[in-house]
Unconditional design. Structure first.
Length: 427
């Protein structure tokens, strides 16, 4: 049985990691602006972070797969994020800022798969959906709390103090990580079952399914074999389209309808961030449980369908105060996407020793879609107007829904079905 203390510690790990990551959001741009950085220079610094994260997705996932100790991978990633926050706070000049962005990009790409692997190790395949939903709930609560704390810190102390707070909030994350005790077997995850051995006696047999048993994979599947899996390729295309539709949406809407506002602009934007996080916290456990009962495709269709609806609503919004209710749809999409990405990665590669590499590949697809979204949406808005840009984002979202409906295979229990079909003599 998994220690209940370890599961509670994993809750707090998600909470504090989300705290830390919040500090690397919009606060960086505000901080650099107070130190006389131009918008072009700020954009370049943020682009360095984005490119670093994109380039690191696949190597980061592969590195976590290669490391036997997943907790150590998470610990080193958290320490690197602390170093990034300290660099930003200590010296907002070009070299430290660029180094901080690079460190943070690579560390984040190791931290996400490492935490997914720790979750996999604690609960196994059969309970992973519920656990990922719980992870997302605690991360959303952490993000909302951190946004409030950092906003108050920046308002009443200084923009620099936000990054000292970010570094400080990483310390409890390390404490929570230490309190997690993985099963005594090899902690390397994901894994495939070893060849079955004759049981010594009935009492010695475990009730845990072989697919959940922590065993080191005998032969990891190569990346080339993984890339031939139709499920991976179709879902990666869905991820690109999801972020192509989603990434630029709030920035475009906020820039248009808050341009003439007075002192309430920051409050409206903060509400647009916090409200979806509350929705994610409420819905994520339900998403994880329901994906295990209904399958992955119905939940994907539900979450992806919110994208084109949200884009079309933004196209007609003229009051800044209507941004907040429309952003509730973002909470639905985020809850579905946040839980389903690592869950589908477990379906596709969880028994092949490439779980974390698969998460990295999906992360790379997300980065490509987000980068295309912001650049294309801005280009279209400049030349044809914001309404046309929103229609384009709605079209990308509709394509994502169509691709899920028409081409995405159901991945729940696909692994077990493949094994059964490969052993007809067992039936």
């Amino acid at each position: 049985m998994v220690n209940a203390r370890s599961l509670r510690a994993l809750d707090w790990l998600n909470f504090f990691v989300a705290n830390v990551q919040t500090g690397f959001g919009p606060f960086i741009a505000s901080y650099l602006a107070t130190h006389k950085w131009t918008q072009g220079e700020i954009g370049l610094a943020l682009s360095v972070g984005t490119i670093s994260a994109m380039v690191s997705q696949v190597p980061g996932g592969a590195a976590v797969d290669a490391l036997r100790n997943k907790k150590a991978a998470a610990a080193w990633a958290i320490i690197a994020i602390i170093a990034s926050a300290v660099l930003l706070a200590a010296s907002p000049t070009v070299l430290p800022v660029m180094a901080a962005e690079v460190f943070h990009g690579f560390a984040s790409c190791m931290l996400v798969p490492a935490m997914a692997a720790i979750s996999f190790a604690l609960v196994g395949r059969s309970n992973l959906g519920d656990r990922l939903g719980r992870n997302a709930r605690w991360a959303s609560i952490g993000s909302a709390v951190a946004a409030g704390l950092m906003g108050l810190t920046g308002e009443y102390f200084s923009a620099r103090a936000v990054f000292w707070l970010t570094a400080a909030l990483a310390m409890p994350a390390l404490v929570a990580l230490v309190m997690i005790h993985l099963p005594n077997a090899s902690p390397a995850l994901p894994r495939v079952p070893a060849a079955p051995k004759p049981p010594r006696d009935e009492a010695a047999q475990s009730d845990t399914p072989l697919d959940d048993a922590p065993a080191e994979p005998e032969d990891r599947e190569t990346i080339f074999n993984l890339l031939r899996d139709k499920r991976l390729l179709v879902f990666a295309a869905c991820v690109v389209l999801f972020h192509l539709s989603n990434a630029a949406m709030l920035n475009l809407a906020a820039g248009e309808v808050t341009a003439g506002m007075g002192d309430n602009v920051q409050l409206v934007i903060a509400a647009c961030i916090i409200v979806p996080q509350a929705i994610v916290a409420l819905l994520s456990p339900w998403v994880g449980r329901t994906a295990e009962r209904w399958g992955r495709r119905p939940i994907l269709l539900l979450g992806f369908s919110a994208l084109p609806v949200r884009a079309l609503l933004f196209a007609g919004v003229s009051s800044p105060y209507l941004l907040v209710p429309v952003q509730m749809l973002d909470g639905l999409s985020a809850a579905v996407f946040g839980v389903m990405l690592p869950l589908i990665a477990a379906d596709v590669a969880g028994g092949k020793g490439r779980y974390n590499l698969c998460i990295g590949l999906f992360g790379l697809a997300a980065g490509i879609g987000a980068t295309l979204s912001t650049s294309l949406a801005g280009f279209i808005a400049d030349r044809f107007g914001n309404a046309v840009s929103f229609f384009g984002l709605a079209g990308a979202g509709a394509l994502a829904v169509l691709l899920v409906w028409a081409a995405m295979p159901e991945t729940r229990n696909a692994d077990a079905q493949e094994k059964t079909e490969a052993l007809p003599e067992a039936r």
